[in-house]
Ligand binder design. Structure first.
Ligand code: GDP
Ligand code: CA
Length: 319
């Protein structure tokens, strides 16, 4: 089976680990990763979501944190601080730095991000084909009000430095309007047997990927069924601050509102948590097949169960 999944960071990566557990070597998983979170720090190109997927599936992730490397040390960060060179709010450990150095070096030599990602994955062997959504630079920015004045900050500054504590007033994907899907992205979508939307952030992860011209259209018109899993359980994100960015785009933080926002032209099926069983009727009334199943990724086995439910729903809507 050819499976295509769109993915952000933690939510996407953990789901993919469950999906990979369920599938075999005869299956082919292509992951289209969000690069809207990418940021240049200390002269280095950092791709947080691609790296979270790569480290998680490659066995190098810091499990509890969900991002960054296991067994990390922080000497470079301390040295930068001693020089008074920031930013100090973004955690880049020594091991992680190496990834960004390799990436930056290859980009400077003229390789596109897709080729760089493939080269990094040659080490990590994630068991999926990981493609950035685009080789072109797209950066998610967030409009906030600070000290009574409007200000636009990089998404990482909003999320990591400000902890999404102030309201997000608008989400702007800078560069998205002229970005092109990376090589292989549209081809993978067109050839897919199933397309999955993991429980990633619907606005700044999946939404950003779908915002690359051509991708939403390709997913919506693909022959394959499209099934998504709700990142919202019981009216709140399981982890992180997705409610803040949902509010910025005028969508309520609920399993059904996220499904309706994706819409029936995109989604064929939607999974909500058993807590949200009452949402099933509303989602189905909107023309999207919906089931309530446990959606907490407590361990790989539970997550594989979610992946199985998603593939089963895909078969049902295909019929
Ligand atoms: P990020 O880029 O690291 O923020 O990660 P993603 O965009 O891939 O995923 C973030 C989303 O994952 C958040 O909105 C969370 O609500 C969701 N999430 C995290 N853990 C779980 C879980 O166990 N179950 C479900 N359903 N969603 C989860
Ligand atoms: Ca992210």
């Amino acid at each position: 089976m050819r499976i295509v999944a769109l993915a952000g960071g933690i939510g996407g990566a953990r789901f993919l680990r469950g999906l990979r557990e369920l599938t075999g070597p005869q299956d082919e998983i292509t992951v289209i990763g969000n690069t809207g979170d990418d940021i240049h720090l200390f002269g280095l190109k950092v791709c947080p979501d691609l790296d979270t997927v790569m480290y998680t599936l490659g066995g190098g992730i810091h499990e509890e944190q969900g991002w960054g490397r296991a067994d990390e040390t922080w000497s470079v960060k301390e040295e930068m601080k001693a020089y008074g060179v920031g930013p100090d709010w973004f955690g880049l450990g020594d091991r992680d730095f190496a990834t960004h150095i390799v990436r930056t070096q290859m980009l400077a030599a003229g390789y596109p991000l897709s080729a760089v990602t493939e080269a990094l994955c040659a080490r990590w062997q994630p068991g999926v084909r990981l493609l950035p959504m685009s080789d072109d630079r797209v950066e998610t920015h967030v409009r906030i009000t600070e000290d009574g004045a409007p200000r636009v900050v990089h998404f990482q500054e909003y999320w990591v430095r400000l902890h999404a504590a102030v309201d997000a007033e608008a989400i702007i994907a800078v560069g998205a309007d002229t970005a092109k899907p990376a090589p292989g992205v549209l081809e993978a979508i067109a050839a897919a047997d199933v397309i999955l939307l993991p429980p990633s952030n619907p606005v700044v992860s999946i939404g950003t990927i779908l915002g690359v011209p051509g991708i939403r259209q390709a997913v919506a018109s693909a022959a394959a069924p499209v099934v998504g899993l709700s990142p919202i359980i019981g009216g709140a994100p399981v982890r992180g601050m997705a409610d803040k960015v949902l509010a910025a785009v005028g969508v309520e933080a609920s399993a059904e509102a996220v499904a309706l926002d994706y819409g029936s032209e995109l989604l064929d099926g939607w999974l909500v948590d058993t807590t949200d069983a009452a949402a099933v009727e509303t989602v189905e009334a909107a023309g999207i097949a919906c089931r309530a199943v446990p959606l907490l990724m407590t361990d790989v086995a539970a997550t594989a169960g979610m992946a199985r439910a998603a593939l089963e729903l895909a078969e049902q809507v295909r019929a």
